[in-house]
Design a binder for this molecule. Structure first.
Ligand SMILES: Cc1ncc(COP(=O)(O)O)c(C=O)c1O
Length: 385
């Protein structure tokens, strides 16, 4: 097969596995030998390594990114009568959790260039909900979409003024940094996902919560084990079965030593794409002081018709792509009623989220892409415009 026709992966987990296969076999065999499949020592070892990497005081391993969000909101007692503000342009898990807990998700518009929460729109919605007095502004879930940190100083300032909890949904952004420090301490709590295609992914489901608050970390540990207290059969609060499996912690420990190198490789791939695509399509702009983890590389076409042409061109060239996300959350049947119920006078429009869903396209992104592969993808995009 010539290099110009070799398949390109949207995400590549095989190349990485090849580099660490012997260590994976050794670490997984150690768990099999110990039989400590739940709360084995690998979980605490991973938690210490994550906290150190992220530069925060506490890391608590949990069963998925979704459960990380749920445990964080349960710990704050978020529920009926509470408004939880979050972007309309994100993955469903961000909005699902407040709704499951009985709270009302309030969808907020995003910025055209960064794809992240629009602080002006967020502020206006928080102030309107507060003025209407039907719901209590309780939390903001900022998402670092595709790996790019949201405007955390801005979000935190707003949360401080309204007494709200700031939760960072960093499911797509482990490894990203803002103003010189990694995500993990920019919000009151930070939720990570270790879903296999994330920047740090395990071989199943997994997640973690990062925080600088010892009180919150203790609550998260209790909530992930059915709300248990100091002893196993003391139940202090309603919790859930939300632990991280020992085998997944062992897998993540094998991957962590590669992580810094993989982050640098993702940044290189993003720079190659940007070099070739700038001026042809819209790119996710990286604000001053932000370092993206480049979980995905997402372009913005001029309109739906242009995206259709690029999709057809990539398909014809055998190049995989994804559309994250084809529909804003407030248009999803599961959230339509909650969306309408949030504001007394009906919800304000979300034009940028709606428009982006018609125009975005994610290109292959992983640390093992070569410059020649990036060139092939970029050439196919440009030829299809
Ligand atoms: C922004 C965002 N939040 C939350 C999640 C949920 O993570 P998980 O799949 O580990 O439950 C994801 C994962 O896809 C995500 O992309």
């Amino acid at each position: 097969m010539s290099p110009s026709s070799a398949p390109i992966a949207l995400f590549d987990m095989k190349a990485q596995q090849g580099r660490i296969r012997a260590e994976l076999d050794r670490r997984i065999a150690a768990v099999l030998d110990s039989g400590r499949f739940i709360n084995g020592p690998e979980v605490a070892e991973l938690e210490a390594a994550l906290a150190e990497y992220a530069g925060c005081a506490h890391a608590v391993g949990v069963s998925s990114g979704t459960d990380a969000l749920q445990i964080a909101m349960m710990a704050e007692g978020i529920g009926r009568g509470d408004a939880v503000f979050l972007p309309a342009f994100t993955y469903t898990a961000t909005a699902e959790v407040p709704l499951v807990l009985g709270a009302t998700p309030i969808f907020v518009d995003v910025e055209e260039d960064s794809f992240n929460l629009d602080l002006a729109d967020l502020t206006a919605r928080v102030e309107r909900i507060a003025a209407e007095g039907r719901l209590r502004p309780r939390a903001v879930v900022g998402v670092d979409l595709f790996g790019l940190p949201a405007d955390w100083p801005g979000i935190r300032g707003l949360c401080a003024r309204h007494g709200m909890f700031a939760l960072d949904d960093a499911a797509q952004a482990f490894g990203a940094a803002l103003h010189g420090s990694r995500l993990g301490g920019h919000a009151d709590a930070t939720a990570l996902s270790f879903y296999p295609t994330k920047t740090l992914g395990c071989y199943g489901d997994g997640g973690a919560l990062l925080t600088n608050s010892a009180e919150r970390a203790a609550l998260y540990r209790s909530l992930r084990t059915h709300g248990e207290g100091g002893s196993r059969y003391e139940v202090l609060r309603t919790g859930m079965n939300g632990r991280l499996d020992t085998i997944q912690a062992a897998v993540l420990l094998c991957k962590l030593p590669l992580f810094e190198g993989e982050m640098a490789a993702r940044a290189r791939v993003a720079a190659w794409y940007a070099d070739r695509l700038a001026g042809h399509v819209g790119l996710q702009s990286v604000p001053e002081g932000a370092e993206s983890a480049w979980g995905l590389f997402t372009i913005r076409c001029a309109d739906a018709a242009e995206r259709g042409r690029v999709q057809a061109g990539l398909q014809a060239a055998g190049i995989p792509f994804g559309v994250y996300y084809p529909k804003p959350l407030h248009r999803q049947p599961a959230y339509a009623a909650a969306h309408q119920a949030g504001f007394a006078g009906g919800p304000p429009p979300l034009p940028v989220s709606e428009s982006l869903c018609e125009r975005v396209l994610s290109l292959p992104m992983h640390p093992y892409l070569t410059e020649a592969e990036v060139e092939r993808v970029a050439d196919a995009v440009i030829a299809a415009l």
